[in-house]
Design a binder for this molecule. Structure first.
Ligand code: FE
Ligand code: FE
Length: 193
């Protein structure tokens, strides 16, 4: 993946996103790059995945649903109720079909960036964590801690994000994605928590 390609994609995304989403996108791209340097991941893939992770976020929810249905993506009842949750699945699809990205690792990082999944690849972890800690984020609990952990122990950072996310959603368990819970359980076991 060469630099020109990133540049063209950036231009295209800027047009399809509002300003704050585009700023967030750049934040995730560069934070993914920094984490890739720290943890020995492919830099170009990390930047590409970070850049594209929210490529389907700004389309109307009805369109997300329509694309998902048309392409036979599995839609959970939670996603049908909250179609914005589909932006990861639909984003991976768009990245492939519209933007001609065929790197399965990159597509996986886009696909799993909202829920995580058990036994994630390094690239998937990087984009998941970068999405949470990029510099424009300011609302999540424990950000200073998670930002430091991300550069010390990626799995610990990942686990912390999962557990804070579940705590945050704890008041409305019906809104918790089953995959997020599975991912949390997997890493709790792996890290012997
Ligand atoms: Fe997202
Ligand atoms: Fe994002």
């Amino acid at each position: 993946m060469d630099a020109i390609c990133i540049k063209d994609l950036k231009k295209d995304l800027k047009r399809s996103m509002d300003d704050s989403r585009f700023e967030h996108t750049l934040g995730v791209m560069y934070t993914s790059a920094a984490l890739a340097m720290r943890h020995g991941c492919d830099l170009e893939k990390a930047m590409l995945a970070g850049l594209m992770h929210d490529c389907a976020k700004c389309m109307p929810n009805a369109k997300k649903l329509k694309i998902a249905e048309k392409n036979g993506l599995e839609i959970t009842s939670l996603e049908r109720k909250n179609p914005f949750m589909l932006h990861a699945k639909v984003g991976a699809l768009l990245a492939k079909k519209k933007y001609d990205i065929d790197d399965e690792e990159v597509l996986g990082a886009i696909r799993w960036h909202t829920t995580g999944r058990p036994d994630m690849t390094l690239l998937e972890k990087i984009v998941y964590v970068a999405d949470y800690i990029e510099p424009k984020r300011d609302k999540a609990p424990n950000l200073p801690l998670v930002r430091r952990l991300a550069f010390e122990d990626l799995d610990e950072a990942l686990f912390r994000i999962l557990s804070d996310t579940l705590d945050y959603l704890g008041d409305s368990p019906e809104d918790v994605d089953a995959t997020t819970k599975e991912t949390y359980d997997f890493y709790r076991e792996r890290l012997q928590k």
